[in-house]
Design a protein around this ligand. Structure first.
Ligand SMILES: [Fe+2]
Length: 403
């Protein structure tokens, strides 16, 4: 994802016998790759092979407490619904005892799924047993934490996160979220990827100097797991093609003495995002933070606004005819929007123009700052609302543009 990083000890040369200091037996090398073997990769050194699955402990999880449909999402019947601007009140989604029980898909298409997670304190595994790890075998996962804090545990080590952090977990990495208390988060799954946009990098792979963040803003695991933490990974659940499968390992796949490479989980605080301001209004793509296949994730953060005399800082009414737009409102006063609150999601499908509600547009002239914190997902191509999201809809939103 970013520059090569290293933690712990690694062999001088890959694919050679390597015995870590203090160990009697040679380590097992585990090569974690993307896009075949031609894209980013990392190499981990494990006590034991990560392949020790016990075949008699492999089984499908049919319902996961009735939540499997809520987790993977069911698209609402669009033939019976008018095309409309919509407002989903995410706080009405049920909280759960763990990562998966508290996760509800709200919007989805072939490349992208947008969910909300509302979890209670504790180990955030899939919940059939407390300490199971979860692996998304379909998509990279980008969390945005609205509230709460905790630690992500993976084979790459321990990575703390807190409110206002993005947490990017590449697909295929088993993980456990240890929550300090209640958490609430947005999750954007990207198939086949979520990553830093390529045009933010120079030919040497560095983030360009005008990129909206620097290498120093991204945190990766700073310590390896303890043996007790690694033991939690003996049970795992993997999501693949809308189904969950349980695996048990005879030896933990997470006892790691070191790793290096460019693929690892990382954290970036939205408060470290460096917004750009123009003499007149700059379009939303100037707020791009991550990109997936045919979608982008943008960050709206507090900033100075347009400074030409007579400039209108509020976004103009617009028709971005190739994109559906979802905005998750986090904090502050969103310049262009009324009738929403923190944790609202607005959905503005292509085919309908949208823009500020009456009063906001000219009312913004002369303002110096925008005090807003929000995350936007723009998809090239339709994204569909789920049946669950329809149940949390504020129907009055669609008519809130009436004078
Ligand atoms: Fe828009």
């Amino acid at each position: 994802m970013l520059e090569r990083r290293t933690l712990g000890v690694v062999a001088p040369k890959p694919h050679t016998v390597f015995t870590a200091p203090g160990r009697k037996n040679p380590c097992t090398e585990y090569v974690f790759t993307r896009d075949g073997f031609s894209s980013g990769f990392s190499i981990l050194y494990l006590y034991d092979a990560p392949t020790s699955i016990e075949l008699n402990e492999v089984f499908k999880i049919e319902s996961h407490g009735g939540n499997l449909k809520r987790l993977v999402g069911e698209i609402m019947d669009e033939s019976s619904q008018p095309l409309a601007r919509r407002h989903v009140q995410s706080w009405n989604a049920p909280a759960g005892e763990n990562l998966l029980a508290g996760r509800t898909a709200l919007f989805m298409n072939n490349n992208c799924r947008v969910s909300v997670v509302r979890g209670k304190a504790g180990q955030c595994g899939p919940g059939v047993k407390d300490a199971w790890s979860f692996t998304n075998g379909d998509s990279d996962e980008l969390y945005f934490f609205y509230a709460g804090s905790g630690t992500l545990l993976t084979q790459f080590g321990a990575l703390p996160f807190k409110k206002n952090d993005y947490l990017l977990v590449p697909r295929g990495i088993p993980y456990i979220l240890q929550m300090d208390g209640e958490i609430e988060a947005l999750v954007v799954e990207g198939d086949p990827f979520v990553e830093i946009p390529g045009d933010f990098r120079n030919p040497h792979g560095q983030l360009r100097m005008e990129a909206p963040y620097t290498h120093r803003d991204f945190r990766s695991p700073a310590r390896l797991l303890t043996e007790a933490e690694a033991e939690l990974f003996r049970h795992g659940v993997t999501l693949r093609n809308k189904s969950l499968t349980h695996h048990r390992y005879s030896k933990s796949p997470a006892n790691v003495v070191g790793w290096d490479g460019s693929m690892y989980p990382m954290v970036f605080s939205i408060l470290d995002y460096l917004p750009k301001t123009g003499k007149i209004h700059l379009p939303p793509n100037l707020h791009t933070t991550f990109r997936g296949k045919e979608f982008v994730v943008c960050s709206f953060v507090p900033r100075m606004v347009d400074y030409l005399e007579g400039a209108i800082p509020c976004p103009y009414p617009h028709a971005n005819v190739h994109c559906d737009e979802i905005i998750y409102y986090v904090d502050g006063k969103f310049t262009s929007r009324k009738g929403i609150s923190n944790r609202s999601l607005s959905y503005h499908p292509a085919g309908l123009s949208h823009g500020p509600q009456p009063g906001n547009y000219f009312g913004s002239v002369g303002t110096k700052t925008a005090d807003e914190l929000a995350v936007m997902v723009d998809t090239w191509g339709p994204i569909h609302m789920t049946k669950a999201a329809l149940g949390y809809e504020d129907a009055a939103y669609a008519t809130s543009w009436e004078e």
